[in-house]
Design a protein around this ligand. Structure first.
Ligand SMILES: Cc1ncc(COP(=O)(O)O)c(C=O)c1O
Length: 443
């Protein structure tokens, strides 16, 4: 597959993908359970729609086409597909049982391991998905403070309290919508302006793609302390990637509560909330948070194996190194090719292409890049989610493939015909935003 000098790569045949999609869209609303995996985020007609298997950072679609994957299941695959140590742990547990009628020792063992690596983990509780634990944090903060409002910055999942601030808030009562406001990253004043006596929690992604400036995170912690507000770090992306303990370890700031998922169990559905005992202990009496699958054992076995492997192999350090090579490589090529409206940005463990052409819609530019990367056997959608299975060889191939793609891009942009060169339906806007949040408190 890997031949960077092959400029004649054809688009993959995706007949089976298309066939399955025709069926799935009739039975599953919007055709996907995860927006970022859906057809709207890929050039329709060119990109595969269904993946069948993966190994390391390579995936195969249902038509048998092979790609290097840079989405890595939208975050979870910190180690890679079919990763031996994790898969063996899952198999071993599968032979013993998946769910039990009483407690299982894995609940304790996984919690103790998390306590070892996450600085604020005085207590730990498991759930299945990211939205479960961000919503737990919100409920705990409200119970602890006796206040109701939430101030947030970033994306935090599908539940009412968060989605109420987005344009897709149909089905959420006004009373709920009135209780959440947003603030702007790196703008401490926007947070201060949103605070009133009824704010229970400030929840934010500690970093997305931009570095915190002027002690932004420290200042948030201070403002929360002064106002009796519970500080929550949403570490879905930063956890077990930026450092094992996430941004709280990296920046040396302990939030009152923190929420993790994605990278923790290399693809198994597990989420964790960690935090101060004083707050977490409310679950013992006043706050009701229980669910059937909270202690499901396969995911906990996977988490134990994943965390140990991340630790043993110093994976956060590797992601930083390999991500730096990729970021630097892409930016050097952009400069050499003479494209000044695109830049690879972000912390090295998770990069993105920031596209700002003065006249061409960034989704059109992105669609062209995606289409041409697909031709080179690279599956990409804005982000480069680095994993331990992205080897130096694959990264070098990826960098050189970008050179060919950017040369083509320059050519079609100079000719003024980029739209005609997109061979399918371009990528559609995504609901998630990473900047320009609505900063106005609700009236
Ligand atoms: C920062 C952040 N918080 C929360 C969530 C919600 O997680 P889930 O989709 O597992 O509910 C996501 C999902 O992408 C996320 O990126």
């Amino acid at each position: 597959m890997i031949d960077v000098n092959n400029t004649t790569n054809q688009f993959p045949v995706i007949n089976k993908s298309n066939e399955l999609y025709d069926r799935i869209k009739r039975i599953i609303p919007s055709g996907t359970h995860t927006l970022a995996k859906g057809v709207s985020q890929y050039v329709d007609g060119i990109a595969p729609k269904f993946l069948e298997r993966g190994s390391g950072s390579i995936v195969w679609d249902v038509d048998g086409n092979e790609f290097i994957d840079f989405t890595m299941a939208v975050g979870p695959l910190s180690l890679g597909y079919s990763y031996y140590r994790v898969d063996e742990a899952i198999k071993e547990q599968l032979a013993k049982g998946i769910s039990f009628s009483l407690l299982n020792p894995l609940e304790l063992e996984a919690a103790e391991l998390i306590q070892e690596v996450v600085p604020n983990a005085e207590m730990v509780r498991f759930a299945r998905g990211g939205a479960d634990v961000t919503s737990m944090a919100v409920r705990l903060a409200r119970a602890y403070t006796g206040k109701s409002k939430i101030l947030c910055c970033g994306y935090h999942g599908w539940h009412d309290w968060y989605v109420s601030v987005t344009p897709r808030n149909n089905g959420i009562p006004n009373q709920v919508q009135e209780l959440t406001n947003t603030f702007e990253y790196n703008n401490i004043q926007s947070l201060i302006d949103s605070i009133d006596e009824n704010v229970a929690a400030v929840i934010l992604e500690p970093v997305t793609f931009f570095e915190p400036k002027d002690n932004f995170l420290q200042n948030i912690a201070e403002v929360c302390k002064q106002n009796g507000i519970v500080l929550v770090f949403d570490e879905m992306w930063t956890g077990f990637r930026m450092a094992l303990g996430g941004a709280q370890e990296y920046f040396g700031i302990k939030p009152d509560l923190a929420t993790y998922s994605k990278a923790i169990a290399n693809g198994m559905p597990l989420a964790v909330i960690t935090g101060k005992s004083e707050i977490m202990k409310l679950i013992e009496n006043d706050v009701f948070i229980y669910s059937t699958f909270g202690g499901e054992a396969l995911s906990l076995a996977a988490a134990k194996a994943t965390i140990n492997e991340l630790k043993d192999k110093k994976v956060p350090q590797y992601l930083n190194e390999i991500g730096y090579v990729l970021k630097n490589g892409i930016n050097t090529i952009l400069e050499e090719v003479g494209i000044d409206y695109i830049k690879a940005i972000g912390y090295n463990f998770r990069l993105m292409l920031d596209i700002n052409h003065p006249t061409i819609d960034s989704l059109i530019v992105k669609s062209f890049i995606q289409q041409e990367l697909i031709r080179k056997g690279i599956l990409w959608s804005t982000y480069y989610n680095m994993s331990y299975s992205h080897t130096t060889e694959l990264i070098n191939y990826t960098i050189e493939s970008h050179r060919l793609v950017f040369e083509k891009l320059k050519n079609v942009v100079d000719k003024g015909n980029i739209e005609n060169e997109i061979r399918g339906i371009p990528i559609q806007p995504l609901f998630r935003k990473v900047s320009n949040f609505n900063t106005k408190p609700r009236q």
